[in-house]
Design a protein around this ligand. Sequence first.
Ligand code: NAD
Ligand code: UD1
Length: 347
Amino acid sequence: MKNILVTGGTGFIGSHTCISLLESGNNITIVDSFMNSNKSVIEGIKKVLKLSNNLDENKIHLYLGDIRNTSFLQDVFLDSKNNKKPIDGVIHFAGLKAVGESMVNPIIYWDVNVNGSISLLKVMEANNCKTILFSSSATVYGDSKNIPFKESALINPFNTYGHTKATVENILKNIYDSNSSGWKIGCLRYFNPIGAHPSGFIGESPNGKPENIFPYICQVASGFRDKLYVFGNDWPTADGTCYRDYIHVVDLAEVHKITLNYLFNKENENLILNVGKGKPSSVLELIKTFERVNNININYEFSDRRVGDIPISYADTAKMFSLLKWKPSRSLEDMCRDGWAWQKNIS
Ligand code: NAD
Ligand code: UD1
């Protein structure tokens, strides 16, 4: 049993990961500003744990605040120590993630994603807490010359969001290389997390118009949006639409728990891992699967390609499989069914 600080723990991936950590008996301390989530997520987490008889309210601690506020973070670490639950390790989800918005408002993206991470790392070091799992993204790879992407592929992001992720990875590498021993660092480069917890109690709630395809499909299915625009049917792929590597968010949550345990058992480490299924699906395949498993029609129309898209993106998952001895088990059907169960709950 460990005491884990989860920044951004009420967000989409963070909330599912909290469940996975709690189901394994860990204590969690969530730090979130609620800038893209809200307190009801905690109720959702508790409902899921109650279902599986794993709810122990004493194991969940919530602090409302901003990771850029170093003295606030210091208080969180201090409180945890005073409560005899000193933070053993951190999973760092908190950040901004909309690619388009990052090109329009770069300063806030650098501030939250990079300054926020530096603030957290300062406080971790001051408290001799040196285990961190960081949410990176496949977007750091940039172009699609070398698919499937291996972790060793060239880092060449072409949007501000991707640059902030690559920068934090670099900062973490510098810390690891600095000879200040004992740092155990993991950067997980997620591909396309979708779906929701099968209970329908937690899931993704994007603010405003979703940029990513899955929440958009869900909103069309629910009637909240009229139609999905499929960005291009003239790509050099079998059905003319782009291929992506979709992974169920519950599988993604599980891999956080497993990787964190892997790090705890190391002396020091700087681990970079792709997290995807390693099996790409086209946009049309995703739509058709959603329609079939949920018995619902998705109104869609082909439109122009989106600037910055690449035709095919998927992970080389060999490193993840061999190091963690773990594979995502949930199918595209599961992702579509569970994501829709959540959407129906909030519609
Ligand atoms: P999310 O927006 O649902 O969750 C992020 C959480 O961080 C939210 O609860 C938000 O309120 C909180 N937050 C934001 N800024 C904060 C701040 N300054 N201080 C404290 N809390 C703050 O996003 P998500 O999809 O769960 O993504 C989690 C992480 O994974 C992000 O860092 C994101 O960049 C990364 N990532 C996500 C995807 C994806 O497709 N969802 C893909 C690759 C990487
Ligand atoms: C996007 C981001 C990437 C980020 C990833 C996961 C861009 C250029 N890239 O990638 O940095 O890491 O999300 O958060 O934004 N699509 C449609 N119609 C839509 C929305 C999307 O056809 O309304 C298509 C896209 O063209 C793409 C596929 O669906 O082919 C998946 O899109 P999306 O969910 O945005 O993910 P990525 O493109 O992989």
